[in-house]
Design a protein around this ligand. Structure first.
Ligand SMILES: NC(=O)c1ccc[n+]([C@@H]2O[C@H](COP(=O)([O-])OP(=O)(O)OC[C@H]3O[C@@H](n4cnc5c(N)ncnc54)[C@H](OP(=O)(O)O)[C@@H]3O)[C@@H](O)[C@H]2O)c1
Length: 320
């Protein structure tokens, strides 16, 4: 089968199409004939070689989120899965390929009416967004700030907070055009990356969901209202600095909270039930799959160039 390999870490041109052996399913696994492959921010981090010390080696096939049809099952898996359309998480690698392997715990059957392209756009991001808001103990009527809202996770947070009855959904983004698109998805106030730019926006928020992290994280801790909760779900600008703890302590009497959130901590049954529900909502049009571009699998390098340029709004999808 054809797959994209990282021949050398660094720029996108280090990724090449190659013929590789067809995968076979181990016990508890399925093989998915991929129709759509989500290009995630973490794929670009892996391609650059940033995680080379963590077991990611050249020759690997990147990608972890696919959708397509189950073509084979391993020992212990009901053969009724064969022929079904599923969303699948393939783990650390293996997604940028015509066929990919996933464990039974990591697949969700697609609801009627949801395309494979839309499934890989919301399957992971909406699930992360759902549990991040729950981790922040968000309740209707509260004000929410989404930092780094123009990516697939941020867009899902905006939609879920808006549909969930937030009094305000402010977003940070890098341009008025991106801000306008976020307003169409439910944002009420558009801020620049520093959190400024709209005099009518609240000064403080009950909930901040942060996909950006990096050096400015502490400045957003200062934007929390009394009893406010900030949850960091991504670190596209780097890990938050240590001064975050100092800022929390300096505002002791505000009873603020700061937390990280990883989907890895959610029990599998709860995670998969939420994903099935969110995919069903996407099929009904209650959540939007914002697809920035669809490219053939052999243009994975071009997809990564667009990621590196920072022009992507939502998600790029590769089609096998
Ligand atoms: N917690 C979990 O369980 C979980 C699961 C999956 C992924 N993740 C993490 O989530 C992140 C990827 O999420 P995503 O795909 O939604 O994000 P993304 O699209 O990579 O980035 C989100 C937005 O952040 C803004 N941004 C980028 N660099 C920035 C910078 N230096 N300073 C300020 N803003 C910046 C950009 O929007 P503008 O240009 O409009 O500002 C971008 O569209 C990764 O860190 C990944 O590891 C977490």
């Amino acid at each position: 089968m054809r797959a994209v390999k990282i021949e050398r870490f660094g720029d996108p041109d280090g990724m090449v199409m190659a013929d590789v052996a067809d995968p076979s399913p181990g016990p508890g696994e399925v093989v998915v004939a991929t129709e759509a492959v989500g290009v995630g921010g973490v794929d670009a981090v892996i391609r650059r070689g940033t995680l080379a010390g963590f077991g990611f080696e050249t020759g690997m096939v990147p990608g972890s989120e696919v959708a397509g049809v189950v073509t084979a099952v391993g020992a212990g898996v009901d053969t009724a899965w064969v022929g079904r359309s599923v969303w699948a998480f393939t783990g650390r690698d293996g997604g940028y390929a015509e066929r990919a392997v996933a464990g039974l715990d990591d697949i969700t059957e697609l609801p009627a009416g949801l395309s494979a392209v839309d499934a890989v756009t919301v399957g992971s991001s909406a699930t992360v967004a759902h549990f991040a808001l729950a981790h922040a103990h968000f309740v209707p009527g509260e004000s929410v700030l989404v930092r780094g809202a123009a990516g697939s996770i941020g867009i899902s947070v905006v939609e879920l907070a808006s549909r969930g009855g937030a009094s305000t959904v402010a977003v940070t983004t890098s341009s008025p055009e991106r801000g306008e698109r976020l307003r169409e998805l439910g944002a009420t106030h558009v801020l620049d990356r520093s959190g400024d730019g709209d005099a009518a926006a609240p000064e403080r928020y009950d909930v901040i969901i942060d996909i950006v992290g990096g050096p400015a994280t502490g400045e957003f801790v200062d934007r929390l209202a009394a009893n406010g909760r900030m949850v960091v779900v991504g670190a596209v600008a780097g890990m938050p600095p240590a001064d975050v703890a100092g800022r929390l302590l300096a505002s002791f009497q505000q009873s603020r909270s700061f937390a990280t959130f990883s989907l890895d901590t959610i029990p599998v049954p709860a995670r998969n039930a939420a994903r099935a529900d969110l995919l069903a909502r996407a099929a009904k049009g209650d959540l939007h799959a914002v697809v920035h571009d669809r490219l053939p699998l052999d243009q994975a390098a071009e997809a990564h160039r667009q990621m590196d340029l920072g022009t992507v709004f939502g998600r790029i999808v590769l089609e096998a």
